[in-house]
Design a protein around this ligand. Structure first.
Ligand SMILES: NC(=O)c1ccc[n+]([C@@H]2O[C@H](COP(=O)([O-])OP(=O)(O)OC[C@H]3O[C@@H](n4cnc5c(N)ncnc54)[C@H](O)[C@@H]3O)[C@@H](O)[C@H]2O)c1
Length: 253
């Protein structure tokens, strides 16, 4: 899919991997809508890259349905969706104060899995109404899973379950949306230097970075963005989950 002149939604675009992706897409000539529940950070990124900012909780079905026409009007043709919005609070199933509140588990699944699917369903419906481009392609959807989908650590039951869901919906979504010329690919990042990780104590950061076989460091958000650009441009990438992790395999803790 050609990026130049294409409309793109990047959720979680106000920070980290989403902000780097929004910047990379804008740098290649896409019209970018930054969708984030944090309106101020979405506005800041939009101002920097010449995009549009939209405040939204991606897991809110009614709010997303109400906002979508406005986003589509701002973008023209929506050809690309990159889902980066996510949260990663850690909690044990059996903690000091007893069992994990079900609401804590529910919140993580709600944002990471329902939020991803909510945006995917609305974007796919909009893309399916567009004229096809070369080879019958109408749009590309990139979701963000995590290596925790495969090697969730202690304290990551909710996060790993939510990301496992994102990984598992990739193939059935790609199979179904193939009839509309829409590709669906997921990226499973390892450890990336974003506010999510850089908020941890320095010692924890150092030991985490050293656990990556090669290169022994955190990934850079622009390396994630670079893979998104490749996925968009390479029509054979479809229905798969790509690990981007420097050969990292997470230990139990
Ligand atoms: N950083 C890593 O090492 C890493 C590793 C694996 C997977 N991931 C995944 O990558 C994605 C991006 O993470 P990041 O590291 O850039 O985090 P980040 O915290 O820097 O950015 C996440 C963004 O999502 C937004 N957001 C959160 N909940 C939202 C909601 N309900 N609706 C709309 N926006 C919402 C936040 O406001 C924030 O701007 C997440 O899905 C995360 O799980 C990150």
């Amino acid at each position: 899919m050609r990026i130049e002149g294409s409309g793109a939604i990047v959720t979680g675009g106000g920070s980290g991997l989403g902000a780097a992706t929004a910047e990379a897409l804008a740098g290649r000539g896409a019209r970018v809508a930054i969708v984030d529940r944090d309106a101020a950070s979405a506005e800041a990124v939009a101002a920097r890259i010449g995009g549009r900012a939209f405040a939204l909780d991606v897991a809110d079905a009614a709010a997303a349905e109400a906002l979508f026409p406005e986003i589509l009007a701002a973008l023209g043709e929506l050809r690309l969706l990159v889902n980066c919005a996510g949260i990663a609070p850690a909690a044990r199933i059996v903690g000091r104060d007893g069992p994990m509140p079900l609401s804590a588990f529910e919140q993580v699944v709600r944002v990471n899995l329902l939020g991803t699917f909510n945006m995917l369903r609305l974007a796919a419906a909009a893309m399916s109404r567009l004229e096809p481009r070369e080879e019958g392609e109408r749009g590309v959807i990139v979701n963000t899973a995590s290596v925790a989908a495969y090697e969730g650590q202690i304290g990551q039951a909710a996060y790993a379950a939510s990301k496992g869901g994102v990984a598992s919906l990739t193939l059935p979504a790609a199979r179904e949306l193939a009839a509309h010329g829409i590709r669906v690919v997921a990226i499973a990042p390892g450890l990336f230097a974003t506010p999510l990780l850089l908020g941890m104590p320095q010692k924890v950061q150092e030991s985490l970075a050293a656990s990556v076989p090669f290169p022994p460091r955190f990934g850079r958000p622009e390396e994630f963005a670079s893979l998104v650009l490749e996925i968009v441009g390479n029509p054979m990438l479809n229905g798969c989950v790509l690990r981007l992790d420097g050969a990292l395999r997470m230990a139990a803790r």
